[in-house]
Design a protein around this ligand. Structure first.
Ligand SMILES: NC(=O)c1ccc[n+]([C@@H]2O[C@H](COP(=O)([O-])OP(=O)(O)OC[C@H]3O[C@@H](n4cnc5c(N)ncnc54)[C@H](OP(=O)(O)O)[C@@H]3O)[C@@H](O)[C@H]2O)c1
Length: 284
């Protein structure tokens, strides 16, 4: 079965391609510069696919506050363009979105809860979801959160670097809560949802939840690093984009559809750190 993965070189895209290939699927992996979701070029040359998985996104949350047009071009218009291509080929579409569509005042969030993004990135992703459903009402939109994986930049990597190199103590907010999610686990979950022919919005992130401070402590423990960390409130770490304090996603719908629970975030972290050290040991 032919599957087109757009944004295939990104953190999730990379693992998505690997998980699909491991299932024996015929994967067309595309990313910039060959396939740009903000442009019409090259789409007509793509072979037909039975499934399209859109992992492409503008993900620079803070920069988006000043790069509004680019964020919208990729996350809203780009999402619509991928959906139109999928519709023209009668392909099923999986589109990936974010917990940042919520304001974080009332988590955990179900799929039907009201959305209210606090920042430009969240607004652009929300408008992307709307663009997708406007074209393909039967699309699958997977909202996820706090991703980490072997092929991208993320908090788990940044904390390890800071713990090794300083300056110490490394200050981490302890009043924002999330579900840190390993991209390999998310990619497998997306495949389970495809098997079930799920449609509509589905929340998928790791089981359990933690503050970013608890997450940093767990990273230090798992990586065998001294936890030179200091918990601070969000007010002590001002950033250009506001973040939701608690946008923990409720996974009940995922469980009903697939009959599965997502792995706990600590299991994801353990798997990620052991894979990182194996790769480092092998000089990769
Ligand atoms: N990372 C998180 O913590 C997180 C949390 C919640 C939801 N999500 C969502 O999960 C999905 C995957 O995120 P990720 O962390 O894997 O993102 P990522 O690592 O930034 O990957 C996104 C990929 O899309 C590509 N891309 C950017 N602009 C494009 C364009 N105009 N046309 C085609 N491809 C383009 C990027 O290429 P370049 O690198 O060259 O720009 C990159 O390869 C996204 O929808 C994101 O919004 C992520």
């Amino acid at each position: 079965m032919q599957v087109l993965v757009v944004g295939a070189n990104g953190m999730l895209g990379h693992d998505m391609v690997a998980v699909l290939k491991a299932r024996g699927m015929n994967v067309l992996a595309r990313d910039l510069p060959a396939l740009d979701v903000t442009r019409d070029q090259n789409w007509d040359d793509l072979p037909t696919a039975r499934w399209v998985i859109n992992c492409a996104a503008y993900t620079a949350v803070d920069r988006a506050e000043t790069e509004h047009e680019l964020a919208m071009a990729v996350n809203r218009e780009g999402a619509g363009r991928v959906a139109r291509w999928a519709a023209s080929r009668k392909a099923h579409l999986v589109h990936v979105s974010t917990d940042y569509v919520f304001d974080g005042f009332n988590g955990p969030y179900r799929e039907s809860d009201p959305v209210a993004p606090l920042n430009v990135y969240g607004q652009s992703k929300l408008e992307g979801e709307q663009a997708v459903f406007g074209v393909l009402p039967d699309a699958l939109v997977v909202r996820t959160q706090a991703l980490f994986g072997l092929h991208g930049r993320h908090f788990a990597g940044a904390i390890q670097r800071r713990l090794k190199e300083g300056p110490w103590p490394v200050r981490v907010v302890d009043d924002q809560f999330t579900c840190p999610t390993y991209t390999v686990h998310l990619a497998r979950a997306i495949l389970c949802l495809m098997d079930a022919l799920a449609t509509g919005t589905v929340h998928v992130s790791a089981s359990g939840q933690c503050s970013w401070w608890e997450y940093a402590r767990a990273i230090a423990a798992e990586a065998g690093l001294e936890p030179k960390l200091e918990p601070i409130p969000t007010s002590g770490y001002p950033l250009p984009a506001r973040r939701p304090a608690n946008a923990v996603l409720c996974k009940d719908r995922y469980r009903v559809i697939t009959g599965e629970d997502m792995p706990d975030w600590r299991a994801g972290l353990k798997a990620f750190i052991s894979e990182t050290s194996e790769k480092a040991g092998a000089g990769l």
